[in-house]
Design a protein around this ligand. Structure first.
Ligand SMILES: [Zn+2]
Ligand SMILES: [Zn+2]
Length: 349
């Protein structure tokens, strides 16, 4: 089968591999669509070792079940599914509590559960076939496979943070979204679909703001020196109940801390090596009373089921660009060059 394989750090190739064999609790999927994400681009570019040579990339996968393991009873050949990119144990206290994204056995205190196509030893979906644990699948029915694939990361990650702060996002509350790229646009659509909060979005690019302008209450240039003032004014000086930082650098974290409301929440979803300091006394580095800052990881299986539900209800419409699997490397080039406005999705066959 054809597959996009990491040859060594910094080098990818379209390889010809044997179709993988499944274990008793796995299924074999014929891949219908595989999303390409900035993480994949980073894995091609970086000289650090992420996954061992030979790893097939792809953590946003949709496929059709073609074979099930001896111990699998809940899936049949022909079912169309997406793959939860969090391969947890299913049985530890965190998993039992529904927090597969904080699995205690397959992950650890600072390491999440394995992600196909990213973690050592687990191949991903940028291939004609993929093996996945039956427990990590969510059925998608007749949803467009390319749309379905993007749900597993680009939608799941913001959904998880929005869902966990939904008690703050009551009607009349304000949500700030920093970064109107793929995840930011998804965040806006999710906020619109499941809350009645006011939405303020920031980006440094006018064209990114243009893509969401008609869906939000306020669109602001992030490099406008008055931006924080505008957010505070729009909230009568109190601040925004939740700030979703999809960038995560020093500047955006400082901005988020500067506009969050008392007992509000900053969710640092973007991982741009930002650091954030705060002081316990009342000073320039203090947060409002009760405000929290956390770094959420991916989403739970329940979150993925709900995201699929939102998409099936027609409420998520990401901009998708399809590439045949044969042209996978051009999709990487487009994304790396910043020429990709929406989500690139590889289609085998
Ligand atoms: Zn990703
Ligand atoms: Zn677990």
């Amino acid at each position: 089968m054809k597959a996009v394989q990491l040859v060594k750090p910094g080098a990818l190739e379209l390889a010809d591999l044997a179709t993988p064999a499944i274990g008793d609790s796995d299924v074999l999927l014929r891949v219908l669509a595989a999303g390409v994400c900035q993480t994949d681009v980073h894995m091609r570019r970086t000289t650090e070792v992420w996954a061992p040579s030979g790893t097939v990339l792809g953590h946003e996968s949709c496929g059709q079940v073609v074979e099930v393991g001896a111990g699998v009873s809940n899936w049949q050949p022909g079912d169309t599914v997406v793959v939860h990119p969090v391969w947890s144990c299913g049985g530890c206290p965190a998993c039992v509590a529904g927090r597969q994204n904080a699995c205690m056995r397959t992950g650890g205190r600072m390491i999440p559960a394995p992600t196909p196509g990213v973690s050592a030893g687990v191949h991903g979906g940028m291939a004609e076939y993929m093996v996945a644990p039956a427990a990590a699948l969510v059925g998608v029915g007749d949803l467009d496979p390319a749309l379905a694939a993007t749900l597993t990361d680009a939608a799941l990650t913001p959904y998880h943070s929005i869902r966990r702060t939904q008690d703050l996002l009551v009607p009349g509350a304000t949500a700030v979204v920093i970064g109107a790229g793929g995840l930011g646009r998804m965040a806006v659509q999710i906020l619109r679909a499941i809350t009645a909060a006011r939405v303020i979005v920031l980006d440094v690019l006018d064209e990114a703001l243009d893509a969401v302008r008609d869906q939000v209450d306020v669109a602001l240039r992030a490099d406008d020196p008055e931006a924080a003032e505008v957010v505070l004014k729009a909230t009568s000086g109190y601040g925004a109940e939740v700030v979703f930082d999809l960038v995560g650098n020093d500047r955006t974290l400082a901005f988020a801390a500067g506009v969050v409301a008392p007992y509000g929440a900053v969710r640092a979803i973007g991982l741009s090596e930002g650091t954030f300091a705060f002081e316990t006394s009342q000073g320039a580095m203090s947060l409002p009373w009760g405000a929290t800052v956390t770094r959420p990881y991916s989403g739970t299986l329940q979150d993925l089921v709900e995201v699929v539900g939102l998409a099936r209800a027609g409420l998520l419409r990401p901009e998708i660009h399809r590439f045949p699997l044969d042209r996978a490397l051009s999709a990487f080039d487009e994304l790396e060059a910043g020429r990709m406005r929406g989500r690139a999705v590889l289609i085998p066959g």
